[in-house]
Design a protein. Structure first.
Length: 310
């Protein structure tokens, strides 16, 4: 079969401002790494624009309307929260990020691809139903999960999140949804402050495995396996991944001690438990070299598994 990569040049035009860690160079570094011969078999596709109706499955109509109206003129920026800003290109970038995640779901569920990776920005897992937050405008992975249910007749979807930050927005969207599982490993204490083990959701579909600052690969792997055990008990028909690579030891925004081999291991475990298809959506990762090497290591495992199965 194939592994499909969704990205779009519009995602380089989201400019949150000078010195902001969530910068266009992140995506450039990833795409440069994926120019290596190891990745020649990737089926490369343009991420489409998500429309307002799709975004309204995860966000309030008033919020979607406000973000569509907030895009500022070229050369200016608007601030949505202390960390989250929009430039002229931000709306289309965020719509491509959500649209890429939806297209990735379509690709694996239609049989066009075995697995898919969505290399877009801005990230999404901090975006709340009615509020931009933590560099995120639209919660792409939840938009994709709810698209899978609306368009493909799937009932139960899981989102697994190994970004170093807790996905407060994804948790908020899963909280009252018995058919949406959210499982996360993340550093605690750390931004945004949510994600304690006691936070389980109204139907027990939230599972948090917080990690102490300084935790390394062995601690991460045990916690990640616990998240996957919880996911298996839930019994999803589709597994989406909030793939953030800022738990890397070189990342400037947090202090976990993972390296590329841990992300490669996570890819292998996710494939084992996902029931055949894996859709991974880029979230964080702010050291350019570590980010590029980690995405490459993660994708190498996914490509090799696809090749093995013909
Ligand atoms: Zn993060």
């Amino acid at each position: 079969m194939t592994v499909t990569l969704f990205t779009h040049p519009d995602c380089l035009a989201h400019d949150p401002g000078p010195g902001h860690p969530e910068r266009p160079e992140r995506l450039r570094a990833i795409l440069a790494a994926l120019d290596a011969p190891d990745f020649a078999t990737l089926d490369r596709r343009e991420a489409p624009l998500a429309d307002a109706a799709a975004l309204r499955r995860a966000h309030s109509p008033a919020y979607v309307e406000a973000i569509f109206a907030a895009a500022p003129p070229p050369g200016t920026r608007v601030t949505l929260d202390p960390d989250t800003h929009m430039s002229a290109g931000s709306l289309d970038a965020a719509r491509r990020a959500a649209g890429g995640a939806m297209a990735a779901v379509d690709a694996v569920l239609s049989g066009a691809a075995r697995h898919a990776f969505v290399a877009t920005r801005p990230p999404g897992h901090h975006a709340e139903p009615g509020q931009a937050m933590g560099f995120c405008l639209f919660n792409s992975v939840v938009v994709a999960a709810l698209h899978a249910r609306a368009a493909h007749g799937i009932a139960r979807v899981a989102v697994i999140d190994f970004d170093v930050h807790h996905g407060n927005g994804t948790q908020a969207m899963a909280w009252d949804d018995a058919d949406l599982f959210y499982g996360s490993t993340h550093q605690m204490p750390c931004y945004p402050g949510t994600g304690a083990a006691e936070e389980r959701g109204a139907f027990g579909t939230v599972l948090n495995e917080p990690l102490p600052p300084g935790a390394g690969g062995a601690t991460f792997r045990a916690a990640f396996d616990a998240v996957l055990d919880g996911m298996r008990a839930f019994g999803p028909e589709l597994v989406l991944v909030s793939a953030g690579f800022d738990a890397h030891r070189d990342d400037p925004l947090a202090s976990l001690m993972l390296d590329e081999t841990d992300f490669a291991w996570a890819a292998g475990r996710l494939i084992e438990v996902s029931g055949g298809h894996l859709v991974s959506v880029l979230e964080g990762g702010y050291d350019l070299d570590a980010l590029a090497a980690s995405v490459a290591a993660y994708l190498r495992v996914i490509i090799a598994q696809d090749a093995e199965h013909g």
